[in-house]
Ligand binder design. Structure first.
Ligand SMILES: CC(C)(COP(=O)(O)OP(=O)(O)OC[C@H]1O[C@@H](n2cnc3c(N)ncnc32)[C@H](O)[C@@H]1OP(=O)(O)O)[C@@H](O)C(=O)NCCC(=O)NCCS
Length: 150
């Protein structure tokens, strides 16, 4: 695996990193963004999963992110992304390692993630880094509304 060159700092993500993170995410093709990515929801996610999400900084700017959380049974990764100019140096694997180590410290020993079907690069990244693409599982989703789900 490529070594991360000097000048990059990895640290846990904080709520006030949001503006830089959303700018990065908006510029990445492979990520699926939704209303769950509002500043309030991301702040809530970080609070609920304190210390599990990370950013990578270069010259004081965020150039890489990973969100990690768990439901006490399994871990989940979201929004792994590295700015184009900083790719190919092993930054994404470092972010993944940090998130998985943090999950393991919480007692989580298995982690899942979602990849958009059209994101061929993302799929190749996960396969090249030891992740198994699961067959036989379909994802079902439903929006919830107060009052109609009692
Ligand atoms: C996927 C992504 C995070 C990789 O970031 P990165 O820091 O440049 O990762 P690296 O290139 O250093 O990857 C590390 C390893 O994965 C491999 N890899 C990375 N992208 C790959 C690809 N598209 N196909 C095959 N292998 C890939 C590299 O070859 C490298 O292995 P090596 O060190 O043994 O050569 C980055 O391309 C990105 O932000 N993509 C857009 C967002 C996205 O799709 N995120 C994933 C969402 S599911």
């Amino acid at each position: 695996m490529a070594n991360v060159t000097e000048g990059y700092t990895f640290r846990t993500m904080q709520a006030d990193d949001y503006d830089q993170a959303i700018d990065l995410w908006n510029g990445l093709d492979g990520l699926g963004l939704s209303e769950a990515d509002s500043p309030e929801r991301i702040a809530r996610f970080l609070q609920r999963n304190e210390g599990l999400s990370f950013v990578c900084e270069h010259d004081g700017s965020i150039i890489g992110t990973i969100l990690a959380g768990h439901d006490s049974r399994r871990g989940f990764l979201y929004h792994l992304g590295v700015a184009t100019a900083h790719r190919g140096q092993g930054i994404a694997p470092r972010l993944v390692d940090k998130a998985l180590s943090a999950l393991l410290r919480e007692g989580i020993d298995k982690c899942h993630l979602f990849v958009m079907e059209h994101n061929a690069g993302g799929q190749r990244f996960w396969s090249a880094n030891g992740w198994e693409k699961r067959d036989g599982i379909l994802l079902y989703s439903r929006g919830l509304e107060l009052g109609s789900n009692a």
